[in-house]
Ligand binder design. Structure first.
Ligand SMILES: *[C@@H]1O[C@H](CO)[C@@H](O)[C@H](O)[C@H]1NC(C)=O
Ligand SMILES: *[C@@H]1O[C@H](CO)[C@@H](O)[C@H](O)[C@H]1NC(C)=O
Ligand SMILES: *[C@@H]1O[C@H](CO)[C@@H](O)[C@H](O)[C@H]1NC(C)=O
Ligand SMILES: *[C@@H]1O[C@H](CO)[C@@H](O)[C@H](O)[C@H]1NC(C)=O
Ligand SMILES: *[C@@H]1O[C@H](CO)[C@@H](O)[C@H](O)[C@H]1NC(C)=O
Ligand SMILES: *[C@@H]1O[C@H](CO)[C@@H](O)[C@H](O)[C@H]1NC(C)=O
Ligand SMILES: *[C@@H]1O[C@H](CO)[C@@H](O)[C@H](O)[C@H]1NC(C)=O
Ligand SMILES: *[C@@H]1O[C@H](CO)[C@@H](O)[C@H](O)[C@H]1NC(C)=O
Length: 485
């Protein structure tokens, strides 16, 4: 059944193409907008079942016809790396009927081709050399839901560039040279859910106080995902983004963030030059579930209360933050320690950090923890880490580096009683030594006492003898004797 429809559609397109080709192309160009004539340079439906090896010198794209869920044929056109330069395009390109997907990436386009297609939902113009997006460039592909303009040379986004794209849900502008975005440039994209602006130098632009992504640039607060990595940002105000769930802001020069929307569930600040996470670094993020702080170059500590007030936080990833060496025992606050609140933390990734030990007080925050990955950290498997080994339900991945007896041993393979401190041993030695010293002193005292006792009677006798002969003796001894007698 499907095949028959595909064949019928192929036949239909073939007939249309033949009809179109019969006419002189020069005269067919100014087609009235209401006449449905397929004029496509992209597909070659004469040979619908092309030999896949027969690609040499063929400028036609790979056009795939198949049935949609509704039974209507859909065309997907793949023109990646087809050397479709600017001269390939005529005034405008009417896409074959039913075209839902067109990939024009990796060609050497410098201008946006003027496309017409009522059903086009996905358009990829990435990896070209496009320098400007003219006003309303996509007005005749107004059903677009996904537009990829990444890795081009666009410098400015004008107010009307996205005119007519009211169905757009995902827009990728990463890897361009955008340093300027005009007022309300995004206000046409009413359905925008995912905006990617990474790898553009937008720091100076957003530094200006009025450059608010929402209020000034017109991004809808329906936006759920915002990617602005490597944009040289020093700060950004996202407070109006009430629908924002994921914010990827890594590899910027951000040092603090105070204007984040309360609804945020996922925040990535990897690679930012933050030296230490202070108390209440992320205030009011009651819905934050995952916090990614990977490859932080100069992050040294998570301070007391740094992760306080994040009741839903379940994933914390600090992988590759090589300078991170201390996590405060009260990083989640005193309430957790006093068992007044719980943490939801389920996965803690400390892989490749400089963490040697974790204070036992953290066990209160680790009640729900299921995975702790400390591989590559210089773990000191001594008595201070024994508590971690004894936590039930926790999988800990890591390798002991110290003490020498446990070197290279996998954390999970070391028995709790093997987590010992030299300090502990010292203590026993000290006690032992003290006891020994006391014993010695006691023995010596006893010895001295005995010696004294052994020696004492002699002078006593002598005294008596002397006393008997001395003139004082009578006076002192006699009354005593008298008493005793
Ligand atoms: C694009 O143009 C450059 C030179 O400007 C050339 O080296 C490259 O091969 C071209 N790419 C394609 C896909 O034609
Ligand atoms: C869209 O189509 C109209 C005719 O319907 C045409 O005048 C206009 O130039 C087209 N725009 C683009 C960007 O192709
Ligand atoms: C941004 O640039 C970096 C290198 O400069 C590259 O690795 C990364 O893939 C780029 N990302 C995007 C989204 O263009
Ligand atoms: C980032 O911004 C600073 C100015 O604060 C500038 O000196 C630097 O060149 C910018 N870096 C990039 C990659 O644009
Ligand atoms: C933004 O402004 C701050 C000072 O307010 C400055 O230090 C920083 O370099 C600026 N960033 C850019 C990218 O211009
Ligand atoms: C750790 O910080 C020092 C400066 O304090 C820096 O030189 C070094 O590169 C950092 N290490 C890593 C892995 O980034
Ligand atoms: C904390 O309190 C909960 C009940 O509220 C209890 O199940 C849990 O065992 C307590 N944890 C500690 C460490 O006391
Ligand atoms: C762990 O933290 C508690 C509370 O801050 C502190 O009293 C204790 O000395 C710490 N233990 C170690 C081994 O540092």
């Amino acid at each position: 059944m499907k095949r028959i429809i595909v064949l019928l559609f192929g036949l239909f397109v073939y007939v249309q193409v033949l009809r179109a080709q019969e006419e002189d192309p020069a005269t067919t160009e100014p087609v009235p907008p209401d006449v449905r004539v397929v004029i496509s340079h992209l597909c070659h439906f004469k040979k619908p079942l092309q030999d896949p090896t027969d690609l040499d010198g063929d400028q036609y794209c790979d056009c795939d016809v198949h049935n949609s869920a509704t039974g209507l044929p859909e065309v997907q056109i793949d023109c990646r790396r087809h050397r479709l330069g600017d001269d390939f395009w005529q005034d405008y390109e009417q896409l074959p009927q039913g075209t839902i997907r067109l990939d024009l990436s990796l060609n050497n386009l410098t201008v946006v081709p003027r496309l017409r297609g009522e059903n086009l939902r996905y358009l990829n113009l990435g990896h070209n050399q496009i320098t400007t997006v003219p006003d309303k460039a996509f007005a005749n592909v107004s059903q677009l839901e996904e537009l990829d303009l990444s890795s081009n040379l666009i410098a400015t986004l004008t107010t009307d560039a996205l005119g007519g794209l009211s169905k757009l849900r995902k827009l990728d502008l990463s890897g361009n040279r955008i340093g300027q975005i005009e007022v309300n440039a995004f206000s046409n994209a009413l359905q925008l859910r995912h905006l990617i602006l990474s790898n553009n130098s937008l720091g100076a632009f957003f530094n200006r106080t009025e450059a608010d992504l929402y209020l000034r640039l017109g991004v809808t607060n329906r936006l759920e995902v915002l990617e602005m990595q490597r944009c040289n940002l020093t700060d950004i105000n996202l407070a109006s983004g009430v629908g924002l769930e994921r914010a990827l802001l890594g590899y910027n020069r951000i040092q603090q963030l105070t204007k984040l929307p309360k609804q945020l569930a996922h925040l990535d600040l990897s690679g930012t030059p933050i030296r230490s996470i202070p108390a209440k670094f992320l205030p009011h993020l009651l819905h934050l579930e995952s916090l990614i702080l990977q490859d932080m170059p100069i992050l040294y500590t998570l301070e007391e209360y740094a992760l306080y007030g994040l009741p839903r936080l379940s994933i914390l990833n600090l992988q590759g933050s090589r300078n991170l060496s201390s996590i405060h025992p009260h990083v989640f606050g005193q309430n957790v320690v006093r068992n007044e609140t719980d943490t939801e933390l389920k996965r803690l990734i400390l892989k490749g950090t400089n963490i040697r030990t974790l204070n036992a007080t953290l066990k209160f925050a680790f009640e729900n923890l299921r995975l702790l990955d400390i591989r590559g950290a210089p773990l000191r498997c001594d008595c201070q880490l024994r508590w971690l080994r004894e936590l039930p339900n926790l999988m800990t991945l890591g390798i002991c580096v110290k003490p020498n007896a446990l070197r290279e041993k996998r954390f999970g393979m070391v028995e709790p009683h093997q987590f010992q401190c030299r300090a502990e041993q010292f203590w026993i030695y000290t006690v032992f030594n003290v006891l020994l010293a006391i014993l010695l002193i006691v023995l010596v005292s006893i010895g001295i006492f005995l010696i004294v006792r052994a020696i004492r009677p002699k002078p006593h006798v002598q005294m008596r003898m002397v006393g008997a002969n001395s003139p004082y003796a009578r006076v002192t001894i006699e009354p005593n004797r008298a008493e005793v007698l």
